[in-house]
Design a protein around this ligand. Structure first.
Ligand SMILES: [Zn+2]
Length: 327
């Protein structure tokens, strides 16, 4: 369980950029101030000299405490002098301090022997930005999933209201995401269009990424296009394909059944699903089609593999998107 290597690299680059930007701004400010008041640079040289001296003193063994106290005082005096000069010129007293995004680690990403929380946040954020439809991912969380679009009138055929069923599904998926592991089951979300399957899939994706897993999400069309391109365009092999589709901790295939089925896509999809299932890796499918329609479109072999392995979640209600449009 870990994000893709490229995610860590991208996050590290973003961190380096933050630090470089803070240091660039610091240099600009220093040049601006030096032009007006060279004495301020003297105070900075004094601060740097004290710092260097402190390191030397700490390594020697005589009267270390007194020497450290004296140097600390000199450093403090230089800081006060610098602040005063800056204020006299109408600047903020900390104008020459580098403005780091994270003052705790100064945008280095480490704090003591630990990774700083800013760096861990950046890694998670980068993993989410790499998800297809990242803007939609941001909006679709469990917190933004509303049950008010589902009727609370009991459905006689089901013995309970659609709202109650959807509440259970949402609760189940929250618990699924919160306890997700490589041993988690695969899921099949079924139901007509506009009932919240994509929203809740993305809510799961959000949480599972937050918990440090490598997740790949796309429509069935997008995934099959990628498989097809890799297969037929031999000169441009897709190096990340295995890692994303076959080896990701969680693969989410949205809107299964809406894509064009060809003999290639039918067998490519079977190969992908079968391999992940053999390896015990969880996959979430969502579809607007019924099991019979899927079977007619693909093959009985694929459908029996999916139905035999997945927990089935049947969505009910009226098209939420239409209801929202009418509000
Ligand atoms: Zn930090």
């Amino acid at each position: 369980m870990a994000y893709k290597r490229s995610v860590y690299q991208q996050a590290k680059e973003a961190l380096d950029q933050r630090r470089a930007q803070a240091e660039r701004l610091g240099q600009q400010r220093r040049a601006e101030i030096a032009a007006q008041c060279p004495a301020i640079l003297e105070t900075e040289r004094e601060m740097a000299a004290c710092g260097a001296e402190l390191i030397k003193v700490a390594c020697r063994g005589e009267q270390v405490e007194q020497k450290i106290a004296a140097l600390s005082q000199r450093n403090l005096d230089a800081q006060k002098q610098r602040a005063k000069l800056l204020q006299d010129m109408g600047y903020a007293p900390d104008y020459l301090d580098n403005v780091y995004t994270c003052p705790i680690c100064k945008d280095t990403g480490t704090h003591g022997n630990y990774y700083c929380t800013c760096y861990l946040d950046l890694i998670r954020q980068t993993a989410k930005e790499n998800i297809k439809g990242a803007a939609q991912l941001k909006k679709c969380t469990f917190e933004t999933f509303s049950l008010r679009y589902y009727s609370d009138t009991p459905d006689p055929a089901l013995g309970r209201s659609h709202r109650e069923i959807m509440r259970r599904i949402s609760d189940y998926l929250q618990s699924y995401a919160d306890t997700f592991s490589l041993q988690s089951k695969s899921l099949l979300m079924m139901g007509k269009t506009g009932l919240g399957k994509t929203h809740l899939s993305l809510a799961v994706v959000n949480r599972v990424i937050d918990r440090g897993f490598n997740v790949y999400y796309d429509s069935a069309q997008g995934i099959l296009d990628r498989l097809e391109k890799d297969h037929f365009d031999r000169n441009n092999r897709d190096d990340a394909l295995q890692e994303d589709l076959y080896r990701s901790d969680l693969l989410v295939i949205d809107d299964l059944g809406t894509e064009m089925a060809t003999s290639f896509t039918v067998s490519a999809l079977y190969r992908l699903v079968n391999e992940r299932m053999n390896d015990g890796l969880p996959t979430i499918f969502s579809t607007n089609l019924t099991a019979q329609e899927l079977e007619a479109k693909y093959s009985q072999r694929l459908m029996s593999r999916i139905l035999g392995t997945c927990d089935l979640l049947q969505f009910y209600g009226r098209d939420v998107r239409q209801q929202k449009a009418c509000e």
